[in-house]
Design a protein around this ligand. Structure first.
Ligand code: SF4
Length: 107
């Protein structure tokens, strides 16, 4: 039994989209302003079970739309892999839509 949820990105993307659509409450604030604050969130993500997708969405502060006055989105984030629709931040490693956002957003 492999059972790695990331082996079927399309299915996982649909599951994540549904959780966000259903109004999953995530920690969009505080946005990390310093390297230390950013690292602290990464530490929290690393402490999760590898398959704890919901935990990643919550701690990452995921939303299924652009965020903030500048309308930040995954699409412009350095971790976004356009062709795979994938967040390549190792602590997340999730399929994401280009118009979504999380508080690890970075350019
Ligand atoms: S770090 Fe967040 S904003 Fe950036 S691609 Fe990943 S999920 Fe999107």
């Amino acid at each position: 039994m492999g059972g790695n949820k990331r082996d079927d990105p399309a299915k996982l993307l649909a599951e994540i989209a549904q959780m966000l659509e259903d109004g999953l409450e995530t920690q969009t604030e505080p946005f990390p302003e310093t390297v230390q604050e950013f690292s602290k969130i990464l530490d929290e993500l690393r402490a999760l079970d590898r398959d704890d997708i919901k935990g990643r969405l919550v701690i990452g502060g995921f939303v299924n739309h652009p965020y903030g006055p500048d309308g930040q989105r995954c699409q412009e984030c350095i971790y976004y892999l356009v062709h795979r629709k994938w967040c390549d931040l190792p602590e997340l490693s999730l399929p994401v839509e280009p118009e979504w956002w999380c508080r690890l957003w970075k350019i």
